[in-house]
Design a protein. Structure first.
Length: 365
């Protein structure tokens, strides 16, 4: 029997094995981090946006409609859906648990988690408190769901207690940090509207297109004033920009889906051809700068991260700036006309030099 020679220490084989092991470990770590990011920052936060839209944001729209006499009967609804109402937290809790694919009993219990986290610290828990409470409660409740003979008691108990405690203890502190960060952005934009308008417009606009909730982010940070106005303009530029430059590929259906729905539909195409993102992003920076530095447009946290989705950004601007001919003209210019013209111009240049080609922005709709 012939024995294979044992490679000497430090031989090429040993080095290759070490290198291969380190690469596998790196891939494993990347995979774990990727799963964590997707679960909590894409799935959970994306679902949180649905909860916010179904409560706080729709409350904003209803409150604006209630100001007109034909819709005055809606006023009681707006009182329940106010910014400090724990109903907002309950909606966030249910949405997050649903997004995490929890069992029904966990989802229903997460309503209590979200409400507790939202109202924690005398109402200072806010959206962050609701988010933390819902995530912790849903994850721990799901571990025991359908695994005990008294599931109807154990599952809600574990979900509500763990989530409520986490949201109550941690939520107000994290929310305070988010408010501090938002206040920093608000003040910086007021002091330096041109550079901050560009930065806020681009960053929030890109977050809107990515599978991360820009609406949840702006509400968590409580953006307001010029910063919120620049953020709304940047988001509008992404949506309107992609809608108009892909009109040839996607038709009127794609125009409406992106212009009034979400530019997130383009994410698969962006992954294949990142250069298609240039035109809407240039429009985001320009519109953010003009909104903050030249026209002084403002908005609120609910409208800042929504852009033209459901026209929430426009309702937010009207709520802060008031109903006037000037406000309507500014909204039409900065939220619709300027983004469309800028994106079309930049896109035409990119197509002329061959960076963007027909079919790059085709949607499967």
């Amino acid at each position: 029997m012939i024995k294979r020679p044992i490679p000497a220490k430090g031989s090429g084989r040993e080095e290759r094995e070490k290198k291969g092991g380190s690469m596998m470990a790196g891939q494993k770590n990347d995979s774990i981090l990727g799963r964590i990011f997707k679960r909590y920052f894409v799935d959970a936060m994306g679902s949180m946006a649905l909860g916010l839209f179904s409560s706080l944001i729709i409350g904003l729209i209803i409150s604006q409609l209630a100001q007109f006499s034909p819709f005055s009967f809606l006023a009681p609804v707006t009182e329940v859906l106010g910014a400090k109402s724990p109903v907002i937290g309950a909606a966030i809790g249910v949405a997050i648990a649903y997004g995490l694919k929890a069992d029904p009993l966990v989802i229903f219990s997460a309503a209590s988690c979200g409400a507790i986290g939202y109202a924690a610290g005398g109402g200072n828990g806010g959206p962050v408190g609701a988010f933390i409470a819902a995530v912790v409660g849903a994850e721990l409740g799901q571990l025991l769901s359908k695994k005990t003979p008294v599931d109807i008691i154990i599952t809600p108990f574990v979900t509500i207690v763990t989530g409520g405690l986490a949201g109550g203890f941690v939520g107000p502190h994290v929310q305070s940090f988010m408010y501090w960060l938002g206040n920093l952005v608000n003040e910086a934009t007021t002091l330096q509207p041109l550079p901050m308008g560009i930065i806020v417009g681009i960053v929030v606009g890109m977050v809107l297109t990515l599978p991360i909730s820009s609406a949840a982010l702006c509400i968590m940070m409580d953006l307001s004033g010029l910063a919120a106005g620049a953020a709304a303009a940047g988001c509008c530029a992404q949506m309107i920009g992609f809608a108009v430059i892909s009109l040839r590929e996607n038709g009127v259906g794609g125009l409406l889906s992106q212009g009034l729905g979400t530019s997130m539909l383009q994410v698969p195409n962006i992954m294949r051809h990142p250069q298609i993102w240039i035109a809407p992003t240039v429009a985001s920076g320009l519109c953010g700068a003009i909104s903050a530095a030249l026209l002084g447009m403002t908005n609120n946290a609910s409208g800042a991260g929504m852009g033209t989705s459901g026209l929430v950004g426009q309702f937010g601007a009207l709520a802060v700036m008031g109903y006037s001919t000037k406000t309507f003209l500014l909204i039409a210019l900065v939220h619709f006309v300027l983004p469309a013209l800028t994106a079309l111009l930049v896109d035409r240049l990119l197509r002329r030099i061959g960076w963007v080609k027909e079919g790059y922005m085709k949607l499967d709709i």
